[in-house]
Design a protein around this ligand. Structure first.
Ligand code: SPQ
Length: 451
């Protein structure tokens, strides 16, 4: 039996991931775990840093993005133990007591770090902060959080009319507002709520559709006074708040599990169980989309861990996927899974239409343009729409030279597409996967079994 070729070539800082399935074909088998949820990991570090007393974090994601958050909050005075997935201890400074850092705060590639941190920094009166990120983050819009923060009285300056990093912040005593966000964004919502912790009175954020609610759950657990109105998609925090250190258990990231769910659904004869995955309803849109496509997916052993629902997810390749429409309120609940759903659609029978997803153009890359171009290089039939993709599935894909554009979700989505294609695929700049999934290639090697 010949094994699949799954190997990494390192050139300087850059990696090329080469994938070729054996002539006999392959299937995916086994029980695996994915790393900790990225959104929850950031929030655990941030709230731990702001709380009084000790916060313990089990299952933290050891990806580059949470590392950026940990570095920033260490510079701001929190005491954070060495990062590991078993147990991280954070000794917080107490709300309002972050120190003025002696260096620039570097959020790296992480939009969540920069946007949530801006709300925290802007509300620390009298202190100066300089904030930057890598070239991708420096091109991502920050005005979506800066504008509402300015309405609260924040003083923030930056490039392009105060909309792009590097940014300078001088903390102020902020006033509460009711902000009607034009976009369903957990980063915007969380930024304003975090700023509202220090403002006197009620700060409310209303969004057009419900985005992930990890901040709300965790803020409440840390002792903040928070009310949620699901009907109107509104959240209110009452300040000034007091946060007290907690025990946080981070479940596996459904956004990382999504690669295996799609792989298991499209690669013939596959059967995989992804254990311990966070199934918060604000994140499970990918399960609903895959169900619409006819995938065989089952949630097992459903339970709760530290305020977040968790399950093991079984996927079997038992039926040919079919095209569907993904749009509307479902989009914020699967926003990061659209690249891998585009791969599922490329192998599905019929047409899949993805709409209302223009937000993808301002992620780590323009994910609509990049996924369409890279999958089309492999023979897919994808047309870009202003706010989505139209994918005519079912044409067999052929290996090609493709590029991640330094976007972790693109790198991993292309690797799953390569598994079900003929010939050799070289994924350039595949090192980007380490942003959210450092062991992705190792798990890929583990689950691929030659026929
Ligand atoms: O942190 P970053 O770089 O923005 O990461 C991404 C990702 O794909 O990992 C988006 F590019 O996830 C965001 C997500 O898209 C993480 C997030 C959060 O933790 O609050 C919310 C979403 O972004 P948004 O802009 O919709 O609020």
């Amino acid at each position: 039996m010949q094994a699949a070729t799954i190997k990494i070539n390192q050139t300087g800082e850059s990696q090329t991931l080469t994938i070729e399935k054996p002539a006999s074909g392959l299937s995916l088998q086994g029980r695996i775990r994915v790393p900790g949820d990225k959104s929850i990991s950031h929030r655990a570090l941030m709230l731990g840093a702001l709380a009084t007393g000790e916060t313990t974090v089990e299952g933290l994601l050891l990806g580059e993005d949470p590392r950026s958050t940990a570095k920033c909050f260490s510079l701001l005075g929190a005491s954070i133990s060495e990062l590991n997935a078993e147990l991280v201890t954070v000794r917080g400074v107490g709300l309002g007591d972050l120190t003025e850092p002696i260096d620039v705060l570097d959020a790296g590639n992480s939009g969540t770090t920069m946007r949530l941190m801006l709300g925290i920094l802007a509300s620390h009166p009298g202190r100066f902060f300089a904030v930057t990120g890598d070239s991708s983050l420096r091109s991502r819009p920050m005005s979506r959080v800066i504008k509402p923060l300015q309405q609260m009285g924040a003083q923030i300056w930056g490039r392009a009319g105060n909309s792009l990093a590097p940014l300078a912040v001088v903390g102020q005593q902020l006033k509460p507002i009711h902000y009607h966000s034009p976009i369903a964004s957990a980063q915007v919502k969380s930024c304003i709520l975090l700023a509202g912790l220090m403002a006197e009175g009620e700060t409310t954020v209303t969004e057009p559709a419900l985005s992930r609610d990890h901040s709300e759950r965790m803020l409440r657990a840390f002792g903040a006074q928070l009310t949620v109105d699901r009907e109107t998609c509104s959240v209110t925090v009452t300040g000034p708040a007091k946060l007290i250190g907690q025990k946080v258990i981070v479940p596996g990231d459904i956004s990382s599990a999504a690669f295996w769910l799609v792989a298991g659904a499209i690669v013939p004869n596959s059967e995989l169980v992804v254990e311990n995955v966070g199934v918060n309803p604000t994140r499970t849109g990918v399960l609903e989309a895959l169900e619409m496509m006819g995938a065989d997916i089952e949630l097992q052993n459903q339970r709760e861990a530290a305020g977040e629902p968790v399950a093991d997810i079984l996927v079997r390749n038992s039926a040919q996927l079919k095209g569907c429409t993904i749009a509307g309120d479902l989009i914020p609940r699967l926003i990061d899974e659209i690249p891998i759903l585009a791969v599922a659609a490329a192998f599905a029978k019929g047409t899949t239409v993805i709409r209302d997803a223009a937000e993808l153009r301002v992620k780590e890359s323009d994910r609509l343009a990049v996924m369409a171009a890279q999958l089309n290089r492999m023979g897919a039939k994808i047309t870009e729409l202003p706010d989505g993709l139209e994918i005519t599935g079912g044409t067999p894909l052929t290996g090609a030279d493709v590029d991640s554009y330094t976007d972790h979700r693109i790198a991993m989505s292309l690797a799953i597409a390569a598994l079900n294609s003929s010939g050799v695929t070289n994924i350039h700049r595949a090192e980007a996967a380490a942003i959210s999934y450092p062991d992705f290639t190792a798990t890929l090697q583990q689950v691929c079994q030659p026929n």
